[in-house]
Design a protein around this ligand. Structure first.
Ligand SMILES: [Zn+2]
Length: 108
């Protein structure tokens, strides 16, 4: 198994080589208004951040560290208390408008 971050698309399959909560990838993308690219970018950022933690970064092999990071990140994002929340989304709008840029440069 490689040490690259697995794309959400791969995590939709049951045999993806990672331990993720069932349905995680699809519900995470849904929480981003079904914007795959936005969800993917935020997912990769979170996994990279988990990888930088000491606990995970010191695993025996890069592949093992990646598997641990994927499990930790997906479990965090599936927590009922954190559901519909993503640490990288600019605004936390419940139920759909998730992931859009804040309205900072409005037209006159
Ligand atoms: Zn997000």
């Amino acid at each position: 198994m490689s040490d690259r971050i697995p794309p959400l698309r791969e995590l939709c399959f049951t045999r993806n080589g990672h331990r993720v909560p069932p349905g995680f990838a699809v519900s995470y993308v849904r929480a981003h208004g079904s914007e795959w690219l936005v969800a993917e970018e935020h997912w990769e950022r979170l996994v990279a951040q988990v990888l930088r933690t000491k606990d995970v970064g010191r695993r025996a092999s890069p592949g093992e560290a990646m598997r641990a990071a994927v499990t930790i990140a997906s479990t965090l994002l599936s927590d009922p208390l954190l559901r519909r929340r993503c640490p990288y989304c600019p605004s936390q709008v419940r139920g759909g408008a998730h992931g859009r840029e804040p309205a900072g440069a409005e037209q006159p």
